[in-house]
Design a protein around this ligand. Structure first.
Ligand SMILES: Cc1cc2nc3c(=O)[nH]c(=O)nc-3n(C[C@H](O)[C@H](O)[C@H](O)COP(=O)(O)O)c2cc1C
Length: 341
């Protein structure tokens, strides 16, 4: 029988009620510079759990204050931040969703660091601050900060952790050959070393039943970008290091103009399929998949194992229930809402 949007999914100790994922989306709504979820986050995430998403990946959550895009970004750089996440995560789970969190560092894309850090001292674009290159010791320390943030996420109760290796943020700034101009052990001889060490460090603090995911830009557009063959090579390296689920996106490493991007429904699906075939790992596909029949086709055709819908879920918190209904699956709304269905 073919897979539908409502088919449960299992990976290691992670059991999802369906194939529908809410991908990480920054809300820029933390207050007082403290990186902690607020009432806004609570309403935002818990309502998508009520709305039927199988997995919700909490937005980019940063490993140190200078790793944030803005002062309103979330962070897990201190134990003080854990209880606010734990309260929200518990409420999300109460409504049947499983919860992931994206652990990240913005590197040279930070707008709030006085002097952002990166693999090299090259700015993303003239509109961004000039970064300085991390020393070798600082790079090793950064791996430890990723590990500590992952450990805090586990304490807060997540079911899975996603490392942000896409969209031109710090891990991407290391594995992109056009950005990484280093000559040390994290340099061009092995630009994936940074990501690999983070994966190994994350695994060392993750209980064995919690799957580790990574979001990777399978292709980086524009001059100095990389192609799909290179993106697949990255995914294979990260798989060997311990990643069990890949979230396949594209772009972000190189400043591009919108007209350079050929964007249409399902435009990233061929990349998800290629990575799935090359690695044999389950993949999440994302990118203009909010037309329910297209999302169904993506999982039923085996392009991907899970579909993530971002902007569609910003417009409609109940996207998951509505998409299941629109594609002939049995939507299972919460009991108080049954008469609406
Ligand atoms: C408001 C907003 C914030 C986002 N923040 C993040 C983020 O924190 N981490 C990330 O990897 N992608 C982020 N993205 C990208 C989404 O996760 C997703 O990949 C993208 O929106 C494409 O999917 P869609 O066409 O279903 O919206 C963000 C997108 C939006 C619209």
């Amino acid at each position: 029988m073919s897979i539908t949007l409502s088919t449960p999914f299992e990976l290691n100790g992670l059991q999802l009620r369906n194939r529908i994922v809410m991908p990480p989306m920054c809300q820029y709504s933390a207050e007082n510079n403290n990186g902690q979820p607020t009432d806004w986050h609570d309403v935002h995430y818990v309502s998508r759990a009520v709305g039927g998403a199988g997995l919700i990946v909490i937005e980019m959550t940063d490993i140190e204050p200078d790793g944030r895009i803005s002062e309103q970004c979330l962070g897990l750089w201190s134990d003080v931040q854990i209880p606010a996440f734990a309260r929200m995560i518990e409420r999300m789970k109460r409504h049947g969703a499983k919860v992931g969190i994206q652990i990240a560092h913005a590197g040279r894309k930070s707008n709030c660091a006085q002097v952002p850090v990166s693999s090299s001292d090259v700015a993303f674009s003239p509109a961004y601050k000039q970064p300085r290159a991390l020393s070798t010791d600082e790079t090793k320390r950064m791996v430890e900060l990723f590990r500590d943030a992952v450990a805090r996420a586990v304490q807060a109760g997540v079911d899975t952790v996603q490392l942000h290796g896409a969209h031109g943020y710090l891990i991407h700034q290391f594995h992109s050959p056009s950005i990484n101009k280093r000559t040390d052990e994290y340099g061009s001889d092995d630009p994936t070393r940074f990501g690999v060490e983070i994966i190994q460090a994350a695994r060392s603090v993750l209980p064995s039943h919690i799957p580790l995911q990574m979001r990777v830009s399978a292709v980086d557009y524009g001059e100095g970008g990389y192609d799909l063959a290179y993106g697949i090579e990255l995914c294979r390296k990260y798989q060997s290091a311990g990643v069990e689920l890949l979230d396949i996106s594209t772009g972000g490493g190189v400043a591009t103009s919108p007209v350079m991007l050929d964007v249409y429904p399902g435009y990233q699906l061929p990349m998800a399929r290629a990575v799935k075939e090359a690695t044999g790992l389950p993949v999440i596909a994302v990118g203009l998949l909010d037309e329910p029949k297209l999302a169904l086709a993506a999982v039923a055709n085996g392009d991907c194992d899970l579909v993530a819908v971002g902007r569609g879920m910003l417009r409609d918190p109940y996207w998951a229930l509505h998409a299941e209904q629109a594609t002939g699956s049995e939507a299972k709304p919460p009991k108080p809402y049954l008469r609406g269905y």
